[in-house]
Design a protein around this ligand. Structure first.
Ligand SMILES: C[S@@+](CC[C@H](N)C(=O)[O-])C[C@H]1O[C@@H](n2cnc3c(N)ncnc32)[C@H](O)[C@@H]1O
Length: 259
């Protein structure tokens, strides 16, 4: 995972959406932000360097926190997004980039992020929606089977991204804004650098979800498609940004909702 995250740092798709994600935080000098599930800490470093904001980066994995410290980040904490070790309203904004798809309870995680951000502060979340995946190889049925296994087996919450705007609205957030970004992979170089597609079928076979013969067939057809130029993979990501309600009573959504 550490190597994968370093590998993605220079990919155009990731550079572009991360730039937009950081803009949506509305950071500025002296403001305080929290990167939840920060990985190797590239975005935390960038936000701090480009805006003068004070950034705290946390991750559940000790190995990620060690990488962040190695990369020069000073405010790093091993922390679970379900129980953030920060006081209420401690930050001007918090973000989670490709994290909610992996956590046990995305609703609780968002609730914690909202708790630690002050009224008027920003929440930004980015995740893929794996229900939007498309894959072209010669055998369409096999492609569909691999994609459904990827949704069911590889990812804990493969379609959480489409639920985030509703979850933030239910938490009483305002200005809920959604954008989409589609990752499109066609060339040989990119297929080897992002998504680890070449390893999917073997992993499903190792886990007992796919016959070895099917995995071999998938790998051969994948290779054929890549070599012939007919290969295509795409998935759409949702970027959601919102503002924490200005008054505590605005966060109470217990009354009758009128549309
Ligand atoms: C796909 S990586 C994304 C890392 C980083 N946000 C980025 O964009 O490069 C997901 C990260 O979420 C972290 N993570 C997973 N579950 C978590 C949790 N419950 N609390 C905090 N971090 C978590 C993982 O350790 C990993 O570093």
């Amino acid at each position: 995972m550490v190597d994968t995250l370093y590998g993605l740092r220079s990919e155009a798709f990731y550079v572009s959406y991360k730039q937009r994600l950081l803009e949506l935080l509305r950071a500025g000098p002296g403001r305080r932000f929290l990167d939840v599930g920060a990985g190797t800490g590239d975005a935390a470093e960038k936000l701090s360097d480009t805006t003068g904001a004070n950034v705290v980066a946390c991750d559940l994995a000790k190995v990620m926190c060690a990488e962040m410290r190695k990369n020069g980040l000073r405010q790093v904490a091993v922390a679970d997004v379900h129980r953030l070790p920060f006081r209420d309203a401690a930050f001007d904004g918090a973000w989670a980039d490709r994290v909610l798809q992996h956590v046990a309870d995305p609703g609780q995680a968002l609730g914690e992020m909202v708790r630690v951000v002050r009224p008027g502060g920003r929440i930004v979340v980015f995740d893929p929606d794996s229900g939007t995946q498309a894959l072209n190889i010669e055998d369409h049925r096999l492609a569909t089977r691999i994609l459904s296994l990827r949704q069911a087996v590889s990812l804990r919450h493969s379609t959480v991204a489409r639920q985030v705007p509703g979850l933030l609205t239910a938490l009483g957030l305002q200005e809920v804004h959604v954008e989409t970004r589609t990752l499109l992979v066609r060339d040989r170089k990119t297929v080897d650098r992002v998504m680890s597609i070449r390893g999917w079928a073997d992993t499903f076979a190792d886990l007992g979800h796919l016959e070895r013969a099917e995995a071999r067939r998938f790998n051969a057809l994948l290779n054929k498609a890549i070599c012939s130029g007919s290969f295509l993979y795409s998935v759409t990501y949702f970027l959601t940004a919102a503002t924490v309600a200005g008054h505590l009573e605005d966060r109470d959504t217990g009354g009758t909702l009128e549309c």
